[in-house]
Design a protein around this ligand. Structure first.
Ligand SMILES: Nc1nc2c(ncn2[C@@H]2O[C@H](COP(=O)(O)OP(=O)(O)OP(=O)(O)O)[C@@H](O)[C@H]2O)c(=O)[nH]1
Ligand SMILES: [Mg+2]
Length: 412
C-alpha cells in the first residue's frame, strides 16, 4: 500500500496531532526514546530527503532505536508534509505534524517538542545549513552533563561560509542589542541566534514559553532552568535549494521578543524600585512648587534642592522596602550612610547617561523627543536598579557560592 493510498484511505501511522493550548512542554517518565529532534519546515521539499537520510545515518550510529525525528510543517504549498509522510515509510523514526491554524517557526518547534517522547529535545533547520553530522557532537555534550548543547558559528571551528558583510553586521548588531537588553541570557552563549541545539526536557518542563519569530534559543535560556551549557563549533552553509523565509519582519519580531522577555524576567524588586522612583517624581515636583512657586527662590537652587530631596526619599524607601532584607544584613548607621553616598553617585551617573541617550537619539537618529525620553528613562531606571543592586545593597559572597556563580556567568 503506498503512502498516498494510506493518506487517502485513513490516517498514516506517522501522523502527529497538533497540540493545542499553552506552549508548555510537560515532564514525562523516561521511555525508550532518548532524543527527539524537531525539524520545522516551510516549503523544504527540495532539502528534506537528503536531510532525513543524513540525520538517520548519523543517529542510527550513535543512538540506534532511541531517537525520533519530528517534521513540523505549516501546510507548505509545496507539500513538504506529504513528502515527509512518504519518507516515514522508509525511516520509521520519522513522525510528521501538519499545522493548519497556527504558523511560525518558534511555535512549530515547541508544538513538536510537546508531541515528542524523548528525554532530550532538539531542533535543526531543514535547509541543510546546519550540518546534520553535528548532532553526534551535540549529543555527546549532553551525555557529558550539559543541560543545553548549542551548535555555534562563533565557537572554536565555527564560521559562516559565504555571508555578506551586511548580513554579518546585522547578525552581530542583533546580538549586541540582545546583550544590552538581556545580558544574563544572551551573554551565556557565543551564538544566541543559533537555531540548532539540544536541551534536556527537565530543564524546560513546566515553563510556559512565549517566543516570537525565530530566536527560540533565547526563550529557552531565559525561561528554562539551564545550569550547564556546552557549545559545539560548526560552519553555517549557504542554502543550495529552496528559499529563505527571513524578511525584515523577522528582525522586528526579534526586537519585540527581546523586550517581552526582558519585561517577563524583571525581578519583583524592580517593580518596587520603579514605584519608589515614581514617588520621587512627586516629591521633586512638590518641593519645586514650594520653593520656586511659594517661596520665590530662583529656579536652579529650587531644582537642586528638590532633586536631592527626591533622591533622599528614594533612598529611604529603597533601603526600607525594595532592598530592606539586604540593608538589614549590611547594618545601619555608617553602613547606611555609605549606601546613601553610593546611591547618590550611581543616580548622578544615571542622569548623565539619560541626557546622553536623549541627545543621541534626537540628534543622531531624529527620534521623537518624547519617545526618546521614554527610552532614556527606561534605560536609566534599569541602570540605577542594577548598579545599586550590585554596589549599594550588595552582600559579600561566601567563597563557596562565588565560584559557581562566576562559572554560570561565563556560560560554563
Ligand atoms: N513550520 C515552520 N517552519 C518554518 C517557518 N519559517 C521558517 N521555517 C523553517 O525554519 C528553518 C529556518 O528558516 P530559514 O528561512 O532557512 O531561516 P534561516 O536559516 O534563519 O535564514 P537563511 O540563512 O536566510 O536561510 C527552515 O527549516 C524553514 O523551513 C514557519 O513559519 N513554519
Ligand atoms: Mg536557513
Amino acid at each position: 500500500m503506498s503512502a498516498v493510498h494510506v493518506l487517502e484511505g485513513g490516517r498514516h501511522p506517522a501522523v502527529l496531532d497538533v497540540p493545542a493550548g499553552a506552549l508548555e512542554v510537560s515532564a514525562r517518565p523516561a521511555g525508550a526514546v532518548k532524543l527527539s529532534l524537531v525539524i520545522p519546515t516551510f516549503n523544504e521539499s527540495r532539502n528534506l530527503t537528503e536531510l532525513i537520510g543524513r540525520l538517520s545515518a548519523v543517529l542510527d550510529g550513535c543512538l540506534p532505536g532511541a531517537y525520533e525525528l519530528l517534521v513540523v510543517d505549516d501546510d507548505s504549498p509545496d507539500e513538504t508534509w506529504a513528502l515527509a509522510l512518504r519518507l516515514a515509510d522508509r525511516f520509521p523514526a520519522l513522525r510528521v505534524m501538519r499545522r493548519r491554524g497556527e504558523k511560525g517557526l518558534s511555535t512549530a518547534v515547541i508544538r513538536g517538542w510537546q508531541a515528542a517522547r524523548g528525554e532530550v529535545l532538539a531542533v535543526i533547520d531543514a535547509d541543510l545549513q546546519h550540518p546534520p553530522e553535528v548532532v553526534e557532537r551535540l549529543w555527546r555534550e549532553i551525555g557529558e552533563g550539559a543541560d543545553l548543547a548549542v551548535a555555534s558559528r562563533h565557537a572554536g571551528g565555527g564560521g559562516m561560509s559565504d555571508w555578506s558583510a551586511l548580513r554579518r553586521a546585522l547578525s552581530r548588531g542583533a546580538q549586541l542589542l540582545g546583550l544590552c537588553l538581556l545580558p544574563s541570557v544572551v551573554g551565556r552563549v557565543s551564538d544566541p541566534m543559533s537555531g540548532y541545539f539540544m536541551v534536556r526536557r527537565s530543564a524546560i518542563a513546566g515553563a510556559v514559553l512565549s517566543p516570537l519569530g525565530y530566536k527560540i534559543l533565547i526563550e529557552v535560556i531565559g525561561r528554562g532552568r539551564i545550569d550547564r551549557i556546552a557549545e559545539v563549533g560548526y560552519v553555517f552553509r549557504e542554502r543550495t535549494a529552496g528559499q529563505s523565509k527571513v524578511t525584515a519582519k523577522v528582525y522586528v519580531e526579534y526586537v519585540r521578543h527581546l523586550v517581552r522577555l526582558r519585561l517577563a524576567l524583571l525581578p519583583p524588586r524592580f517593580a518596587k524600585f520603579a514605584a519608589v522612583g515614581l514617588s520621587g517624581v512627586a516629591v521633586d515636583m512638590a518641593i519645586l512648587w514650594l520653593l520656586k512657586g511659594r517661596l520665590g527662590w530662583p529656579l536652579t537652587p529650587s531644582k537642586l534642592v528638590a532633586a536631592e530631596m527626591a533622591m533622599a526619599n528614594n533612598f529611604l524607601w529603597n533601603d526600607l522596602w525594595t532592598f530592606g532584607d539586604l540593608a538589614e544584613k549590611q547594618g545601619y548607621g555608617m553602613a547606611r550612610l555609605r549606601r546613601f553616598a553610593k546611591f547618590n553617585g550611581i543616580c548622578a551617573a544615571g542622569l548623565a547617561l539619560s541626557v546622553g541617550l536623549l541627545e543621541m537619539q534626537v540628534g543622531l537618529f531624529r527620534i521623537n523627543t518624547y519617545v526618546a525620553n521614554a527610552v532614556a528613562i527606561g534605560v536609566t531606571t534599569g541602570w540605577n536598579f542594577w548598579m545599586n543592586k550590585i554596589f549599594s545593597w550588595s552582600l559579600p559572597q561566601p567563597l563557596s557560592t562565588a565560584v559557581p556563580a562566576q562559572r554560570r556567568a561565563a556560560g560554563a
